[in-house]
Ligand binder design. Sequence first.
Ligand code: 13P
Ligand code: SF4
Length: 319
Amino acid sequence: DADKNALKTRIKALLAERDAVLVAHYYVDGDLQALAEETGGHVADSLEMARFGAESAAGTLVVCGVRFMGETAKILNPEKRVLMPDLAATCSLDEGCPADAFSAFCDAHPDRTVVVYANTSAEVKARSDWVVTSSIALPVARHLHEQGKKILWAPDKHLGRYVQRMTGADMLLWDGACVVHEEFKGFALERLRRLHPEAAILVHPESPDEVVDQADVVGSTTQLIKAVTDMPNREFIIATDEGIFWKMHQLAPDKTLIAAPTAGEGATCESCAHCPWMAMNALQNLEQVLLRGDQEVHIDEDVRQRAVKPIQRMLEFSH
Ligand code: 13P
Ligand code: SF4
C-alpha cells in the first residue's frame, strides 16, 4: 500500500507537470478511476468520455480504456495529445469489423444509413453516417426509423437486435459481439433470479437476447450505475463487466451487488466477466506513459476529417 501510494503521488505530479488529465472508463481498475476523480479528470461511459475530452482545457488527455476511446478523443481533439497506458488495448467488436470488409458491406447496401457503434476503428467510423454508443443507440435508431430510413448496423449484433426489437426499425446487422458480455447465460440467470426474487436485474445491451429479455433495466454503464442509486431495491444482479462494481459500491455502499452468471449451475462468478483489454490499464503503465510520452494515438488526417462528422452528429443529437 505504501508503494501504491508513492506511485499515485508520482503520477499526480506528472499529470500536473505535463498538463495532462485522466479520462477513465468504468471498466478499468478502481485505482485508476479513483485517481481520475482525485485529479480533476473524469470517469464515465463511452459517450461522456467523448464529451469530456472536448470540454477539458488540458493539453494532454490520458485515456484509460480501450483503443477506440483514445481514437475518438483524438478525432474530436486533433490539437491535443492523446495518450493511453497501452495502445494494444483493443476490443473484440473493433477487431471483428475490419475497415475493408466493412466498406465492401456498405457498398453492397447503398440504400441504407450506416450506423456504427463507438466500439470501432477510426476507419470504420469514417465510412459511417452515424456513430452511436449504447446510451444513445435507441433514440438515434428511432429517429432514423421515423424518417423512413433503413439502417445498416455494425458491429454488435446483440445490441443491434435489441435496438431492432425496441424500435421496429429495418436493420441489417453485422455479425460482431463483445467477448465479455456474450458469456452471460440466460438459463443460469433464471436460476439466480429465483434465489434473489427481490433483486433488480441490470443488463448491458451487448449481452445476448435471453439475458436482455430478463432485465429490469437495459442501458449503458452510466445508466446501469444510475439504476443502482435510483431504484429502491436493496439487491441487484448485474450483467456487465465487473469493473463497474467499483463505482456502484462507491455510490451505494449499502446495496448488495451480485455478478450475473457466465457459467452454469447458477454460478456467480465474480471474476470471469472482465474485459482483458480494459485490464491492460494499470497504475504502472500509466506512470510509464507519462514519463516516456509514448503510446500516443495518431489518426490519419483524411480519416479523421471523415470520422469526426458522424461523431459530431451523435454529440449534437444527444444534447
Ligand atoms: P458504455 O460505457 O458506453 O456503456 O460502453 C460499454 C463498453 O463496451 C465499453 O467497452
Ligand atoms: Fe470491447 Fe467488450 Fe471489452 Fe467493451 S467489454 S472493450 S465491448 S470487448
